[in-house]
Design a protein around this ligand. Sequence first.
Ligand code: SIN
Ligand code: FE
Length: 292
Amino acid sequence: MSPLVCETPETDWKASFSREFQQASLQHLEEGFILFFPNLSFHLTGDETEFLSPHIVRKSKNVSYSVSNREIKGTVLTKQAAFRIGNLMHRFAESTRGLLYNLLPRYRGSLKQGRTSFRPVEIAGRLTSWRKDDTRLHVDCFPSTPLRGRRILRAFSNVNPAGCPRHWRVGEPFPDLAERFFPKLKTSFPGMHTLLHLLCLTRAKRSEYDHYMLQLHDYMKQDLDYQKNARQDALEFPAGGTWLLYTDQVSHAATAGQFQLEQTFYLPVSAMERPATSPLRILEKMAGRCLA
Ligand code: SIN
Ligand code: FE
């Protein structure tokens, strides 16, 4: 395993952790490490294994679930089956929230739970545009859902029934990445964020931070020389494993694997122990101004 990953043997989603372990986990995450629980498995019940098929999704390639209103998107399943996969995803949403609350008590009052996603399609060889191609190194940010400086903390579980790992590559630390691409990043033109919002192209008004992060994402993915030659480690996350990271900070690419659950959480930078490690503060320091 790469030195970028902190490995821990926990097997129980409801485990409680020592103060030292909580503190070390918080520090590692904020510094841009991946917390890896190789034995923390998310179990499907017997009849849920029928959902382990790439044929249950539409073009989006993911089933998406909202724990707050139980809305399911992206599946071709019948209403009844969609209700059952919703139950599965609800369990994952609650398990990951419980884990984060116990592991990172500092964040408890500030974490906002985003969507849950199930990814039943093999990633290797999938045809997509370069911008949507997550087999290329990138940091996460969303074109239509502005972050306005909030962090993206994600939990992943590999539920592959044949025991196949999920293959990732992890790139250089965020400060190096920001330094490399910052000279290319341009400020927005006046009124741009308002216009995009008025045209309903964004769910809220973008901040300059979103504008910078989207450019960073695109410059990374477009640059084939960077994709090939940038410093990077290959990682394998085994079936039955779970991992946590800030995907807005850790440069990552998912190169192969099938059947994964993912849960997104948002966190305001002000809730961090060390906000200076956040992409927002790093980019602000370089820009010499407030970006969100
Ligand atoms: C991504 O966030 O880029 C994809 C991760 C994955 O599906 O393993
Ligand atoms: Fe990503």
